[in-house]
Design a protein around this ligand. Structure first.
Ligand SMILES: CC(C)(COP(=O)(O)OP(=O)(O)OC[C@H]1O[C@@H](n2cnc3c(N)ncnc32)[C@H](O)[C@@H]1OP(=O)(O)O)[C@@H](O)C(=O)NCCC(=O)NCCS
Length: 392
């Protein structure tokens, strides 16, 4: 197998669904922008060097349908020869895309690839516009179609993750994100153009562009403030809007090149994907996924929890993130986990998240001068995914 090196990894800011700054910006524009920006930021790389794009998207329909994996590279101005596919593993779609993009280089099927992710939960809400569960199967297997919030309630009640613990975890996520934003630590973010339609005096609308610099869901939060919120999914439950991930719009891209191409073009490797795992679990408690995916990927790589300098564990919900952290025995490493906050503060743009967390992981490995980082998340339907990255 050939060596496949990551030579760039960036993301847009994440912005809240409907109420946020991208609420009039189509997903194609977010992903085309971030892929183009990724190429432009990579010294000695030109669009004509690219072979293929793998694009993660959890609900690839409507504005983000029609194989956006092919449309976005064209919108980015890449040449016709740059092919593209859309990849769906729900919340791990972006990570899956990076794994597939790496494999293509490792196998010698491509020299330079992009693994990316995009989701506009504003334009395509979770579940899609026309959910059509199978009539008989869904009656006998309702858990396959269960609300993600209910799965978070199940994890909280089955494994005794209290409301207080969830709220503390959520408040910490917001505090870390606030600090990172205020100190300019989100070095993986590329300020991103957004559009809005402004009503003119004659009643027509004019499309105007503005630049988004920061994740717009970060908010001043206290555990006391969070304690006042009502359960969002189940009466008497403990999962609230404050201790759940935000529904978000965003895009992210990682560029991968073979060792040979790096040498030929003078591209600088920054990291590599060491190993990637996926594993199934019960669908009605899908949030436990990282607890199984992380040991699996560590074993594949011959590493242990102690070797990992940075963990990016997606905060789909505080209950499942905290449960996974406890079961993994990494509570002692809280200073290595989501060091700049997680999806509770920064948002979880479903199919983008794996690509977004990869960009964050690589940036954070650099910030702490670390070697190995893990990106992991739970996945609707009952799965976990985890990837180990090595900083070079
Ligand atoms: C939980 C959820 C339904 C909340 O959505 P929402 O109602 O649009 O969320 P909002 O941001 O408007 O917050 C709702 C309320 O909580 C308040 N709130 C949210 N976060 C808060 C915080 N950190 N501190 C204090 N109040 C907070 C808001 O101010 C708002 O109050 P209001 O109704 O008085 O205006 C939504 O975020 C969700 O579905 N998250 C999970 C997504 C998911 O399942 N992803 C896939 C995982 S596998």
């Amino acid at each position: 197998m050939r060596d496949a090196y990551i030579i760039q990894s960036v993301r847009t800011p994440g912005c809240k669904q409907n109420k946020g700054l991208y609420n009039q910006t189509r997903p194609e524009e977010l992903i085309a922008f971030i892929m183009k920006a990724a190429v432009e930021r990579t010294k000695n790389l030109k669009p004509e060097h690219l072979d293929d794009v793998m694009l993660g998207c959890a609900f690839p329909e409507a504005e983000q349908g029609l194989n956006l994996g092919r449309i976005a590279p064209k919108m980015a101005g890449f040449p016709d020869k740059v092919s593209g596919a859309t990849v769906n593993r729900f919340c791990a779609s972006g990570l899956e895309a990076i794994a597939l993009a790496s494999i293509r280089v490792q196998m010698g099927w491509a020299d330079v690839t992009i693994g990316a992710g995009v989701e506009s939960m504003t334009f395509v809400p979770m579940g899609g516009h026309v959910p059509r569960p199978h009539p008989e199967f869904s009656r006998t297997n309702p858990d396959m179609y269960i609300s993600m919030g209910i799965t978070a309630e199940n994890v909280a009640s089955r494994y005794n993750v209290t409301r207080e613990d969830q709220d503390k975890f959520a408040a910490d996520s917001q505090a870390k994100a606030t600090k990172a934003r205020d100190n300019g630590l989100f070095t993986e973010i590329v300020p991103t153009p957004a559009v809005k339609y402004v009503k003119q005096a004659d009643g027509t609308y004019k499309k105007e562009q503005f630049i988004v610099q920061h994740d717009d869901g970060i908010r001043a939060t206290t555990a006391e403030g969070l304690a006042k919120l009502r359960p969002a999914f189940a009466a008497g439950g403990s999962v609230t809007a404050g201790n759940s991930s935000q529904t978000t719009d965003g895009a992210a891209a990682t560029i991968i090149a073979s060792k040979e191409k790096c040498a030929e073009l003078g591209l600088e490797p920054i990291a590599r994907l060491v190993s990637y795992s996926t594993i199934g679990c019960k669908s009605d408690e899908m949030g436990v996924g990282p607890r199984y995916a992380i040991p699996k990927v560590l074993e594949q790589a011959g590493l242990t929890i102690d070797d990992i300098d940075i963990y990016e564990i997606n905060e789909a919900f505080a209950s499942q993130a905290l449960y996974s952290i406890r079961e993994l025995g990494i509570e002692k490493y809280m200073d290595r986990i989501n060091i700049h906050g997680g999806a509770i503060a920064l948002g979880h743009p479903l199919g983008c998240t794996g690509a977004k967390l990869t960009a964050t992981c690589i940036a954070n490995l650099k910030a702490v001068n670390g070697k190995y980082g893990i990106v992991s998340m739970c996945i609707g339907g009952g799965m976990g995914a985890a990837a180990i990255f090595e900083r070079l």
